[in-house]
Design a protein around this ligand. Structure first.
Ligand SMILES: [Zn+2]
Ligand SMILES: [Zn+2]
Length: 302
């Protein structure tokens, strides 16, 4: 084995192992022993520094994995600049700087022809943005937004390790450890989200019950208002939607009695969410991604 060959192999090992190492460190900074994202109460307390070093490490680790992929395609690709410049520098024994995220993404596309989906690029940019802000000043982050995005980012890393770097977890204890951590974080996140949703749904249900009661005690006034309102907005179509319980067009979708069915024989109440296609209100919890009846029909006909 020649000298260059053995130093190439060393570089390869250090890219991958350092990458895994950084990601594991990042996870340990960000998550506690139960794989829950750490709490912090103010923008200057110690928790913020966990978030900061956590995100910095995750991002550096991810960039190293991208470099590893480039290196496997052609070692020179991990350096900044054109191939010609890089080779010139290397032959005069100068070591060029290595690529940043933008150049890594570009070279992945040109070299091994690997492209992240638009959605994933957005996610990577989100992490990069948080990382840059943390690096330069203290920021206040929404813990759940950060957790949600980091959990998706870790899934992306996991997929990249398996599909692009063909990491065999049997041969790499770090990769095995990382994969186990990523999967646990994801399942804890899913559970937390579920709990938050059910809490949120209960609060919404309570508010609907109150609204139904209020509607029943002031039904005459409310119906009178509905009449006046529908007269001034040229018809009841904009104010009433089909009720999912009685199938009449009697569910109020404006003002105080939003979500309440005005049909006296029905009297049900519903949480409402915006239709993904037309933004009209349709029965469903705010976190649900739904289409209204007419958009669902339209989609079925396509
Ligand atoms: Zn009804
Ligand atoms: Zn719609």
């Amino acid at each position: 084995m020649s000298n260059t060959e053995s130093s190439n192999i060393q570089l390869e090992l250090s890219l991958l192992n350092n990458g895994l190492d950084f990601i594991l460190k990042g996870i340990d900074e960000l998550f506690d022993d139960d794989y829950v994202m750490r709490e912090y109460s103010s923008a200057v307390d110690i928790g913020t520094s966990s978030y900061k070093y956590g995100v910095l490490n995750l991002f550096s680790g991810f960039l190293l994995l991208l470099k590893e992929r480039l290196y496997r395609h052609m070692p020179e690709l991990i350096f900044k600049g054109t191939l010609k410049d890089i080779r010139n520098k290397l032959s005069s024994e100068k070591i060029p700087n290595t690529v940043d995220l933008d150049e890594a993404l570009e070279k992945l596309e040109i070299g091994p022809r690997f492209v992240f989906s638009e959605r994933n690029v957005k996610l990577i940019r989100y992490v990069q943005d948080v990382r840059n802000k943390f690096e330069h000043y203290t920021i206040s982050v929404n813990k759940y937004e950060l957790w949600s995005n980091l959990s998706k980012f870790l899934e992306l890393i996991d997929k990249f390790l398996v599909e692009e770097l063909h990491i065999n977890i049997e041969n790499s204890p770090e990769a095995l450890e990382l994969q186990e951590k990523i999967h646990t974080i994801d399942s804890v996140w899913q559970r937390t989200q579920q709990e938050r949703r059910s809490q949120f749904d209960l609060e919404i249900q309570d508010r609907i019950e109150d609204r139904i009661e209020e509607f029943n005690t002031s039904r005459d006034r409310a119906m009178q208002e509905l009449k006046t309102e529908s007269y001034s907005s040229n018809g009841a179509d904009k104010l009433l939607r089909n009720c999912p319980d009685c199938y009449e067009q009697t569910m109020i979708v404006y003002d105080d009695f939003i979500g309440i069915c005005s049909n006296p024989e029905c009297g049900s109440g519903h949480a409402l969410t915006e239709c993904l296609r037309c933004d009209e209100l349709t029965p469903g919890y705010p976190w649900q991604e739904k289409f209204c009846d007419s958009c669902s029909n339209w989609i079925d006909e396509q």
